[in-house]
Design a binder for this molecule. Sequence first.
Ligand SMILES: [Zn+2]
Length: 96
Amino acid sequence: MKFAADKLKLIDDKRERDCPQCNEPVVMKILTAKNGLGVKNMNLYNLKSSAYCICPKCYSLFALEETAGANLVDTGNKEYLTDDKLIFLKQIPYEA
Ligand SMILES: [Zn+2]
């Protein structure tokens, strides 16, 4: 398996927000990818968004809406991450 992304970065959103899925106040993990996150010629979930976040409580994976995601990746400014820009993708099975 090969990732198409040039550079992956995992950053902490320092602000607490209510997770749109579990409604718990959480600090999301933000994953950003330059060049899009995907596996060889295939974008993950067919979305071009290059910023994703993961809820540390329910492990829901969200994509950030395309423009906001690109802005966040380009500037590193987490203010682009707002609740209305989050697109729920799936819940990731997690084993503690
Ligand atoms: Zn959650």
